[in-house]
Design a protein around this ligand. Structure first.
Ligand code: C2O
Ligand code: CU
Length: 579
């Protein structure tokens, strides 16, 4: 069983246990004896079963189980201790066990709420708050059933509530608030100067574009979605002038995966101000990294990118020989892009397909009709890629894969999620059942270049209640906090840094660090054995634990966030900054 399914199973069992106790309590209050006994017996079993799931989760990693062990398990034990013996005594008046059964229901629900509303890390304050809530609910039910609650219950509830307030629950107060990210620092360096050799102008504006025969409203660069393809040869100096015609919420250009100097990174409020209608901003950087990249607005990025403010950036080592095609996959107004493209290719021609996922969720790509190699991922060439046949690849949000092959005499077709996007002729292939490539074992390995780390950070990804902003929200959180309250990660120039990224939520988080590529060290305790993978976007699936490392060699303040941009917007963004 994967950790992701264990997390799901534990949640389901907890819900069933809570429902069983509460239902049993209600049934006994209504003097429905068989129903009450049946539900209570079921709830008892479910509560005990959680011992198995919680233990398994704790063994997979303390992050997955902390609050369950520290809060839910003691509450569940109390539930069993209070309700169990009273049930076994087979009460003559079933109504006499209503309060104990309801108490058990509140106790199990309390543990469940701590998991769902806060998760990791568990805090004593939160545990106390749960105890207070459970006892208060019990006292209220007791009274509602026409009896006088034991005064001890109310007293302990009050004491726990006061203690929780004193200790702090982490829900509404910020114990160590994140230092503000500086707004107007400049890290100009030699990489931003030099006479431009490639000049582009991108004008952002609202537009109507045609997608598979339908006119849809979009936000576009130069009236097209995707925006113009920016290409350069290594050694060029790129100069890109961004203008905003009428995007009221502002635009910027972020060079996704391209490790530009910080001043050119295009993050509003961090490296520049958003470019408002009528304004412009000039980006300049050296084309010193060969590979497949993309650009997109980083102002209200969830909406902006989805609406179409993105395009391709390709830096080639030399002018292309053979066929060199970019395939950015996107969903615009629920319609898939790009439109299918058929292109005859002479047998024997080298072909490179640059696959780019510009959506917020994973896409599945399949190349049918030829053996191929994955030559590069996220702009970095792989070491010793071997030929693959009838194998699919999963590309995370923001990620890029370069597939290469020599054109055969027979047709070849590329599918995205089962839809043909590029082909050299008709191919009928059922690619849905193909195995998926695991890049961590692909190509030829080489030793990790460091043996120790100067800084180590753990990022536990989850959901939780965030009461800090103006409106309470169910945020996507890192270590129990949401943007802008997540403390920044502070490093020094030259540090070797390790991130451990843990996903204890039920959704995929495509992780993306700006300004650096990270080397994958391990996933779920299994070391990466294939070609070194220097990634800027990788899917951390539910229950996954990834370890990645990098050298802090690009000073500045860098966004570090989930590239499901709706998640990033809902709190899952923090910053890496150099001291
Ligand atoms: Cu492609 Cu911060 O984003
Ligand atoms: Cu996410």
């Amino acid at each position: 069983m994967t950790v992701g399914s264990l997390l799901a199973a534990d949640l389901v069992i907890a819900v069933l246990a809570a429902a069983g106790w509460l239902g049993g309590g209600a049934a006994s209050a209504a003097r429905r004896r068989p129903l009450a006994l049946g539900l209570a017996a079921f709830a008892l079993l479910a509560t005990l079963a959680r011992a198995v799931t919680i233990t398994a989760l704790a063994r997979a990693g303390w992050w997955f189980a902390a609050e369950k062990v520290l809060v839910a398990a003691p509450l569940s034990l109390a539930a069993v201790a209070v309700a169990g013996p009273r049930l076994l005594r087979a009460p003559g008046d079933i109504r006499s066990v209503a309060v104990p059964l309801l108490f058990a229901g509140y106790a199990v629900s309390g543990g469940l709420l701590v998991t769902v509303l806060h998760g990791y890390p568990a805090s004593p304050g939160l545990g106390l708050l749960a105890v207070a809530g459970v006892l208060a609910a019990t006292a209220v039910s007791w009274r509602a059933l026409g009896r006088r609650p034991s005064p001890t219950v109310s007293r302990v509830a009050l004491a726990a509530a006061v203690a929780a307030l004193v200790t702090g629950t982490g829900l509404a107060a910020t114990p160590d608030a994140a230092p503000a990210v500086p707004h107007d620092h400049e890290y100009r360096d030699a990489r931003t100067v030099g006479e431009p050799t490639r000049r582009f102008t991108l004008t952002a504006g609202t537009a109507t574009v045609s997608v598979s025969g339908r006119d849809v409203g979009a936000w576009a660069f130069n009236g097209q979605v995707p925006g113009p393809e920016l290409t350069a040869t290594v050694g060029d100096v790129l100069e890109v002038t961004l203008r905003n015609r009428d995007i009221g919420r502002g635009v910027t250009l972020h060079w996704h995966g391209y490790d530009v100097p910080n001043s050119q990174d295009g993050v509003p409020g961090v490296t520049q101000a958003a470019v408002l209608p009528g304004q412009e901003f000039v980006y300049r950087f050296r084309a010193d990294q060969v590979g497949t990249y993309w650009y997109h607005t980083h102002a209200v990025s969830d909406v902006g990118v989805r609406m179409g403010l993105y395009g391709v950036l390709v830096v080639r080592p030399a002018p292309p020989t053979g066929v060199d095609v970019t395939v950015p996959a996107h969903t615009l107004a629920n319609l898939p892009l790009p439109a299918p493209r058929a292109e005859p290719v002479q047998a024997g021609t080298p072909v490179r397909l640059r696959l780019i996922n510009t959506d917020s969720t994973t896409h599945r790509y399949a190349l049918a009709g030829t053996p191929f190699q994955v030559a590069a991922i996220d702009g970095s060439d792989l070491r010793g890629p071997t030929p693959l046949v009838d194998t699919a690849v999963l590309i995370p949000a923001g990620g890029r894969y370069d597939l290469v092959f020599t054109a055969p005499a027979t047709p070849v077709a590329l599918f995205v999620d089962g839809r043909t996007v590029w082909s050299t002729g008709g191919v009928s292939a059922a690619t849905g059942g193909w195995p998926v490539l695991d890049p961590l074992g692909y190509g030829v390995g080489s030793p990790v270049p460091w043996s120790r780390y100067d800084k180590e950070f753990t990022l536990v990804l989850d959901r939780g209640l965030d009461l800090h902003g103006l409106r309470p929200r169910y945020a996507h959180t890192v270590n129990g906090a949401a943007d802008p309250d997540i403390p920044p990660q502070v490093v020094r120039l030259g540090d070797v840094v390790k991130f451990t990224i843990v996903n204890r939520s039920s959704v995929v988080h495509p992780w993306h660090l700006h300004g650096h590529h990270v080397l994958v060290l391990s996933r779920n305790k299994e070391p990466a054995t294939g070609s070194p993978l220097w990634l800027d976007s990788f899917d951390v699936r539910p229950g996954d634990v990834w370890e990645v490392g990098f050298r802090a060699d690009n000073p500045g303040v860098w966004a570090n966030h989930c590239h499901n941009l709706a998640h990033a917007d809902a709190g899952m963004t923090l910053h890496l900054m150099y001291s």
